[in-house]
Design a protein around this ligand. Structure first.
Ligand code: ADQ
Length: 737
């Protein structure tokens, strides 16, 4: 296996001062990320790069080196602006949907950029070409691209441990495009849930115009994959601690002190995203509504100190402590309080004993990337006892479906779910806990590491095709020999976005002199049949191309007109167009709410154009319209296609591919075929090309075409070269042997 270089904001160790003298001590840090990655680091000969927290002395440096830990030095002030600043006062609150806590300070972003550069320099200095580099979390989102520039060929994975928010939320970030481009330096981007993956893909689409196909996109000549890979926990290590002698002793002691009261357990880092005040309010509601639980239940709430240098975390702590005092004051009695609150870190054994003790785990974050506490609780309950009450806003909720779900904002509902949990009989507890237990144990952290690593090292997924992008000259040279000797050649040319660049207004894309010249020249070539195969209506094509000797196909294959003819012929039977009456008013409605959007009426289709609408608004409305139409028209004989800033609703069975087949069958066989196009409608032709035919996509993205060129300009250059090739043959008066 290749060497792995792990990179995270902090190294997995904490440097602390020894009380006497200047000595330092190294301790393993706690937290999800460290637990997850430590076994991987321990196994191989890889390195771990990160900030050391404290400035290491010489002895500590040696010890770090021995453990293959590489510290990245950052001046204190810069670190503060990067960590407490941009990372935790902009990205963290925004990605957890806490707009009101966001500060977007350009100086802090500058520090963030600069620290990411320092990391990039440090990693680039160490990296060898066949290393695997695995970057972690929101503090380092610019790093993938920075590293890609420094070490181009190396494989880079990135994992985001927090949610990726909806594109509507993400676009609030002033540096949104830098952050997205930063991520695109990776080969694989991992997130916890399908929802986050979907959000990220939508942001790529809406903010950078990059389409993702089945979790894959194309950027700077590389494939980038986006995958939902929820992190697991180290169940073996946790269970070893939870069922150790030390834990047993602790458990006995706890039971003695708690007596026969029902234990509801909360374990959270003291962070506003974890929703502690709402949790306490729900607990208060339960106590207020029922005398019984005041004596017979206790909430043990453990809060781990966190980010104590940030003001809002202080406020959160004050609020939590005030509420705990208030509730205990109201509902406690001598020797018995309904909340036992601790603000401290505890050992793994103590943690395990608490999980074993708890009748109910109460996990109620307002937002959480995943939440390891929920999985840890489940992993300690192979006895089938215990009930997990879990917020639907934790990423883990999608894996732990048998939990009792809550919306933490619904205080009434949460209180009643807690009551239901406490009262749940053993049979139901088992039924719910068992499948979760097996799932959590099977998908542990080792499995997670394996899955990430195999996705990172797997060859590119083949089913998504990205045709090789070629220079028009190279492509011309490839096609020339066959075209030169062809008896009968067929060219099927798409117009908008292929021969002609898009224009702001749809009707402005009239053919330029250059295009008309190319088409005339093509039409005059002996042995060559050239078609414009367009989605436009007959009238426009008649108006634009009547003066050139070229054949025309209109409305994606509904109508055909041979060069020199005046009449259009319909291909296929007359369609049933009753669906238009339902669709037309809906499109009109969406046009009304989307300034710049328009409807085009074709004989077998309706088209909603939004090229002239505001980028984001148009995209937003189009997505909504698509889903409205899909629901409305399911079962109708129509297809809904989304093209380049158009949505087309058209009669089924009419498409450019069928038109091509009609021509090929009625006029073929051809011994040279070239089809070109830029959007979804052209894929219908590419998919039907006979063997040996050429297909060229204009622009990037997934396609069944054999090759791609960058722009309409490149296609025109290609066509001019091909005309020259064919003319060369004509001028010599004979075909080469
Ligand atoms: P965190 O926000 O830190 O992680 P979480 O997933 O709950 O949140 O992990 C907390 C860890 O700390 C757990 O392993 C827990 O056992 C431990 N812990 C909690 N209280 C403790 C205490 N008092 N003493 C000792 N240990 C304690 C971020 C994201 C999460 C995501 C993880 C992993 O915010 O959403 O699940 O990364 O990707």
């Amino acid at each position: 296996m290749s060497r792995v270089i792990l990179v995270s904001n902090r190294l997995p160790v904490t440097i602390s001062r020894v009380r006497s003298g200047n000595g330092q001590r190294l301790n393993m840090s706690s937290g999800g990320l460290v637990t997850g990655l430590a076994p991987l680091h321990a196994r191989g000969d890889g390195l771990w790069v990160g900030h050391p927290g404290e400035q290491p002395n010489e002895e500590t440096l040696k010890e770090l080196e021995k453990q293959r830990l590489v510290p990245v030095e950052v001046p204190t002030r810069e670190f503060r602006n990067y960590y407490e600043g941009y990372s935790n006062s902009a990205l963290w609150p925004l990605f957890h949907y806490f707009f009101e806590r966001c500060e977007f300070d350009p100086a802090q972003f500058e520090a963030y950029r600069s620290v990411n550069e320092r990391f990039a320099d440090a990693v680039a200095e160490l990296a060898k070409p066949d290393d695997l580099i695995w970057l972690h979390d929101y503090q380092l989102m610019l790093l993938p691209e920075m590293l890609r520039q420094r070490v181009p060929g190396v494989r880079i994975g990135f994992f985001l441990h927090i949610p990726f928010p909806s594109s509507e939320t993400f676009r609030v970030l002033p540096q949104r495009t830098q952050i997205l481009r930063g991520l695109l330096g990776a080969d694989l981007i991992g997130v916890h849930t399908y929802e986050y993956a979907e959000n990220l893909q939508r942001s790529f689409r809406r903010l950078l115009g990059i389409e993702t196909v089945r979790g894959q996109l194309r950027y700077s000549g590389r494939n980038v994959r986006i995958q939902a890979l929820p992190i697991g926990i180290d169940t073996d290590e946790l269970r070893e601690a939870a069922f150790s002698k030390e834990a047993d002793r602790y458990l006995v002691e706890l039971k003695r002190r708690i007596g026969d009261r029902q234990v509801v357990l909360g374990i959270d880092r003291l962070d506003y995203t974890k929703g502690l005040p709402l949790k306490l309010q729900a607990w208060r509601r339960l106590l207020a509504s029922s005398q019984r639980w005041r004596r017979r239940a206790v909430l043990i709430q453990l809060a781990v100190p966190s980010r104590e240098n940030i003001e809002s975390y202080h406020q959160q702590k004050d609020e939590v402590e005030r509420l705990v005092g208030e509730i205990n004051g109201l509902y406690g009695s001598p020797g018995q309080v309904p909340i036992q609150y601790m603000y401290q870190s505890v050992s793994k054994a103590e943690l395990g004993a608490l999980y074993r003790l708890a009748d109910v785990a109460f996990v109620s974050p307002i937002r959480d990337g995943l939440n390891l506490v929920a999985k840890e609780y489940v992993a300690c309950r192979d006895d089938g006892g215990g009930v997990l009450v879990l917020s639907e806003f934790a990423g883990a909720a999608s894996e732990l479906g048998e939990s009792l779900r809550i919306n933490p904002w619904d205080i009434e509902g949460t209180a009643s779910q807690i009551e239901r949990a406490i009262e749940m009989d053993y049979g139901e507890r088992q039924e719910r806990m068992r499948p979760m237990f097996h799932r959590v144990v099977q998908n542990d952290v080792h499995r997670w590491v394996e899955r990430f690593m195999s996705s990172l090292t797997e060859p590119e997924v083949e089913e998504v095709q990205f045709p090789p992008s070629l220079q028009s000259q190279v492509l011309a040279e490839t096609l020339a020999p066959q075209l030169a000797t062809a008896e009968k050649a067929l060219l099927m040319l798409d117009y908008d976005g292929s021969l002609r660049e898009f224009t702001e207004r749809y009707e402005d894309a009239v053919p330029t002199d250059e295009i008309l010249e190319i088409l005339s020249a093509l039409g005059d070539l002996e042995g060559v049949t050239a078609y414009i195969n367009s989605g436009r209506d007959r009238n426009t094509l008649t108006e634009w191309f009547s003066d050139v000797p070229i054949s025309l196909i209109a409305e994606h294959g509904l109508w055909i007109r041979e060069a020199g003819d005046i009449e259009w012929r319909r291909m296929g039977p007359p369609p049933d167009l009753r669906w238009k009456e339902i669709v037309r008013p809906v499109l009109a409605d969406y046009s009304n709410r989307t300034p710049g959007a328009r409807i085009e009426e074709k004989s077998s289709a309706l088209v909603w154009h939004y090229r002239e609408a505001d980028d984001a608004l148009g995209e937003w409305q189009a997505l909504e319209l698509m889903s409205v139409l899909e629901d409305m028209l399911s079962g109708s004989p129509v297809e809904i296609l989304s093209g380049a800033r158009v949505i087309e609703i058209r009669q089924q069975g009419v498409d450019k591919g069928r038109a091509f087949e009609f021509v090929n069958d009625s006029q073929g066989p051809f011994d040279f075929i070239l089809a070109t196009g830029d959007d979804r409608t052209d894929e219908d032709i590419f998919a039907r090309m006979p063997e040996g035919a050429y297909s060229v996509k204009i622009g990037g993205g997934q396609s069944a075409a054999r090759a791609a060129v960058g722009s309409p300009g490149s296609l025109r250059r290609l066509l001019r070269s091909l005309i020259d090739v064919r003319r060369g043959v004509d001028q010599n008066g004979a075909k080469p042997a």
